[in-house]
Design a protein around this ligand. Structure first.
Ligand SMILES: Cc1cc2nc3c(=O)[nH]c(=O)nc-3n(C[C@H](O)[C@H](O)[C@H](O)COP(=O)(O)OP(=O)(O)OC[C@H]3O[C@@H](n4cnc5c(N)ncnc54)[C@H](O)[C@@H]3O)c2cc1C
Length: 464
């Protein structure tokens, strides 16, 4: 008598879901476990944020993390993060990256924006190549893919998972499932949830990539209906400043530290040089959305921007900046109050008393404005005085949310601190991030815990 196959269903085709499905199919090879991956989107759109992400990963090289990795992760979470989780991430990252590379993905150590941040590696071709290569590898390993299938609920028989309810072309269907791995991203694509967690205005916050619209927190709801606990900062999200006029994905403008940023009244409202760009972008973007009049601001620079080597790397907008020979004309073009703006620039320029020869865009150069300037400018304080003057209108755009499911270091979903049998989760859907996003860790943890989830789920099914 033949033994019926056991079914493992992975929900979501981003970095986490693909790593989970591939690892599971490779481990299950010939052992009677069938792996199926369902995604809400059509085949050419599936891949969530991963598809649109350059996918920088915080690795010193493909085979090692920095010695300070775990400490840095905990510091980013303001010591609210789970050390066991981040320690497992650090331990498994090298083997995982080498495994990803073995699927035909080449890694380089990219030049970052302008200033040097923590070390990183990047897949050549970024997210699109990650999705393409891992789908190919997973299909080769026997994973069945189903698109336009939205996971709606997990069905149970006593405390065992028995199925996954999906919706396909408006019709509900139950797929048999003995274990489920949820990798369906955060809730940035759900306007009502955004408003609930971040307050007024969050429901109209721009998504940084088209992939975010599919991430509506479905997996979080599905697991919580089984009693899963939450984790991470429900008031936390990763956001970045983008060109308000641009239509392309992730049109970030990250040269603002080298000039000033004003609101429509011409007033500065934060220390543009308070740190390297990845240390200030998140709160700047959030403050624009939630605290700034008309939810927008303007990065103001002068022609010296154009002589910073490689400055184009830090501007991903397809729209050129507004440009004028005088500050008054620039204010007029972008719709900033000319009087307030003139006063702000005059006060700022008067406070730029340091030696402009010390200006160095590649690091925090210590060229700070005089102490009387409010808000202060702690680095790159060089007068805005050489026409043409340039302006980028900016808005904040959300990349992903932090609040999600509680998981342990084996990617098992927790209910009152104990694993829910047969239920796993990885990637953005899981919590673990607090306060601020650790730079270049989201894809890395999606790969690492996706792979762990796939291996754990197969061991679980084989032991039954
Ligand atoms: C422009 C941009 C740049 C970024 N740059 C970096 C970077 O350099 N480094 C870094 O670490 N991070 C970066 N990030 C963040 C990172 O890319 C994501 O957090 C990460 O890729 C998330 O992977 P994931 O697999 O968890 O989710 P996703 O890649 O978002 O995939 C989720 C999948 O689930 C599917 N789905 C959702 N709901 C359902 C449902 N109910 N049923 C079935 N399927 C469903 C979606 O369609 C989607 O395919 C960036 C993000 C963006 C948008």
């Amino acid at each position: 008598m033949s033994i019926p196959p056991k079914n493992l269903i992975v929900v979501g085709q981003g970095a986490a879901g693909l790593a989970a499905a591939l690892a599971a199919a490779q481990a299950a090879h010939g052992s009677g476990v069938q792996v199926t991956l369902v995604d809400k989107a059509a085949e050419d759109e599936a891949g969530g944020n991963t598809r649109w992400s350059p996918s920088n990963m915080r690795m010193a090289a493909v085979d090692r993390v920095e010695p300070s990795f775990v400490h840095d992760m905990l510091a980013a979470t303001q010591y609210r993060g789970d050390e066991t989780y981040f320690a497992r991430l650090a331990r498994e990252a090298p083997a995982t990256c080498q495994w990803i590379a073995a699927q035909g993905i080449e890694f380089i150590q990219p030049v970052y924006y302008l200033a040097k941040g923590p070390p990183r590696i990047q897949p050549v071709g970024g997210g699109p190549v990650v999705v393409k290569q891992l789908v190919l590898a997973a299909k080769k390993a026997g994973v069945i893919f189903r698109y336009n299938c939205t996971a709606r609920a997990i069905l149970r028989d006593k405390d065992s998972i028995s199925g996954l309810e999906i919706e396909h072309a408006g019709v509900r269907e139950t797929l048999p499932a003995d274990a489920v791995i949820l990798c369906s991203g955060g809730f940035e694509g759900d306007a009502a949830k955004m408003r609930e967690h971040f307050g007024d205005g969050a429901e109209i916050m721009r998504l940084i990539s088209p992939g975010g619209k599919f991430n509506t927190g479905d997996g979080i709801r599905i697991a919580m209906a089984l009693g899963a606990s939450g984790s991470g900062d429900w008031g936390g999200m990763h956001a970045e400043p983008v060109d308000a006029r641009a239509k392309n994905s992730a049109p970030v403008v990250l040269v603002y530290p080298y000039g000033i940023v004003v609101d429509k009244n011409g007033q500065r409202f934060f220390d543009e040089g308070g740190g390297l760009v990845h240390e200030t972008w998140e709160w700047f973007a959030r403050d624009m959305q939630f605290k700034t009049p008309d939810r927008r601001a303007f990065a103001i620079l002068d022609s010296r921007l154009l002589s910073i080597e490689g400055y184009e790397r830090a501007i991903r907008s397809e729209v050129p900046p507004a440009r004028a020979e005088t500050l008054a004309e620039l204010a007029n073009i972008v719709g900033v109050d000319a009087g307030g703006f003139a006063e702000t620039v005059a006060a700022y320029n008067a406070a730029c008393t340091g030696d402009p020869a010390k200006f160095d865009a590649t690091r925090c150069d210590g060229l700070k404005a005089g102490a009387s300037l409010a808000p202060p400018k702690s680095n790159w304080a060089r007068a805005i005085s050489e026409p043409p003057f340039l302006a980028y209108p900016l808005v904040g755009a959300v990349a992903y949310t932090f609040g999600g499911l509680a998981t342990d270091d084996c990617a098992r979903v927790l209910r009152e601190e104990k694993p829910i049998p047969g239920l796993y989760a990885a990637g953005e859907i899981t919590g673990h991030f607090y306060a601020t996003a650790p730079n270049a860790v989201s894809v890395l943890r999606a790969f690492v815990f996706g792979r762990i989830a796939g291996l754990e789920a197969v061991s679980f099914l084989q032991a039954r």
